[in-house]
Design a protein around this ligand. Structure first.
Ligand SMILES: Nc1nc2c(ncn2[C@@H]2O[C@H](COP(=O)(O)OP(=O)(O)OP(=O)(O)O)[C@@H](O)[C@H]2O)c(=O)[nH]1
Ligand SMILES: [Zn+2]
Length: 345
């Protein structure tokens, strides 16, 4: 039984989840009816990520608080569920002055709190949770929830041939499942990836760019160019990781786009939502390569974190630059990635 997958589904469905000593429910999905049942007298406090607390000006209220540490907001009589939903939603920051004054309080189990927030991110929800005083039927341990946020073990679920538009070479698609959270990821083997270090691309899911051709990023052109380069070499490996929005999930990425419409850049928008600039991790990519019998790659990327991430997992990695021409919509985004996120030229 995969407890973390159960817990992720429960958070999405607006139900309570136990993470060791804590019981939480997502602010985004818990309804008034549910809260009336589990928190009849309105005592549940509100757990925020450190980054979101910082955006609300709350991070420095306690000695130990830093942008990375979870922060617990004390419940006040005027802090009704609707007000809390507005407070945790960064898209509402521009509408009005926030309610207040808010006060933080100490956490009894910061590790479980951090793990519970990681679970909300795995569920693709805002990083904001009700801290309830009831029991939950779905329970995970801090260790299970933490591992689910950074899956590192895969099993091959299925494989088949796949004809791909624009490729004369045969491709094979291999579906893999992460053991920690049950998430599904894909490897596309183009031609015959031969030699000791095959040409490889680690591609993070971008529904808007990959499928709809969004011009806000460079994902679609990078994906297609990578396949062409692999074909030209006679073979290569594309790992398609379900790390939408640099690991914050689809709805949160679209929230980030909404904030970018208001003038924030790609990094500022993630912080305002309560996330780190980049929530991805590449242990899973390394595990997928190992499952394919590959220990050494030439990696198409401009992102040093991908190189470091694979090297840290013992995959020997050489970089092959992968820069595509900018367009008027993504030029600023690509500049910010270079100046703030350390992307290489
Ligand atoms: N949170 C967030 N995610 C974004 C944004 N734009 C694109 N993404 C996501 O960023 C990921 C791709 O990251 P990139 O930085 O383009 O590329 P990279 O994978 O880090 O590095 P390269 O290997 O050099 O392409 C995908 O998961 C996209 O969904 C944005 O403005 N905000
Ligand atoms: Zn993209």
């Amino acid at each position: 039984m995969n407890c973390a997958a159960d817990a992720i589904a429960a958070l999405r469905a607006g139900r309570a989840v136990g993470v060791d000593s804590l019981t939480v429910a997502a602010v985004e999905t818990a309804t008034d009816e549910f809260l009336a049942l589990v928190d009849a007298d309105g005592r549940a406090s509100v757990l925020l990520s450190g980054a979101r607390a910082a955006a609300l000006g709350l991070a420095n209220q306690r000695e130990s608080a830093s942008a990375r540490e979870p922060v617990l907001v004390q419940r006040e009589p005027w802090l009704d569920p609707g007000t809390v939903r507005g407070l945790v939603d960064a898209g509402r920051d521009f509408d009005r002055f926030g309610p207040g004054p808010l006060r933080t309080k100490g956490l009894t189990d910061p590790d479980a709190a951090r793990a519970a927030l990681a679970l909300a991110r795995s569920a693709g929800l805002m990083p904001a949770l009700w801290l309830l005083e009831t029991d939950a039927s779905v329970r995970v341990t801090t260790a299970e929830a933490t591992a689910a946020a950074r899956p590192a073990h895969v099993t091959i679920a299925a494989r088949a041939g796949l004809p791909v538009e624009g490729l004369a070479t045969k491709a094979q698609i291999v579906a893999m499942r992460a053991e920690e959270d049950g998430s599904e990821h894909v490897a596309l083997l183009v031609g015959a990836p031969a030699g000791k270090a095959p040409l490889t691309r680690i591609h993070s899911e971008c529904l808007t760019g990959d499928v709809f051709g969004s011009l806000k990023c460079d994902c679609g052109p990078q994906l297609r160019a990578a396949l062409q380069l692999m074909e030209a070499e006679g073979g290569g490996i594309l790992l398609y990781l379900r790390q939408e929005g640099r690991g914050i999930g689809l709805a949160n990425k679209i929230r980030a786009y909404g904030l970018q419409d208001r003038g924030l850049d790609t990094v500022e928008a993630n912080h305002r939502l309560g996330f780190a600039d980049d929530e991805r991790d590449y242990a899973l990519a390394a595990a997928m390569l190992r499952a394919l019998g590959v220990n050494e790659v030439r990696l198409l990327t401009n992102n040093p974190a991908k190189l470091a991430g694979l090297e840290a997992q013992g995959i020997t990695t050489e970089r092959v630059a992968h820069r595509l021409p900018a367009n008027p919509h993504n030029a600023h985004y690509l500049n910010v990635k270079r100046s703030k996120s350390g992307h290489l030229d």
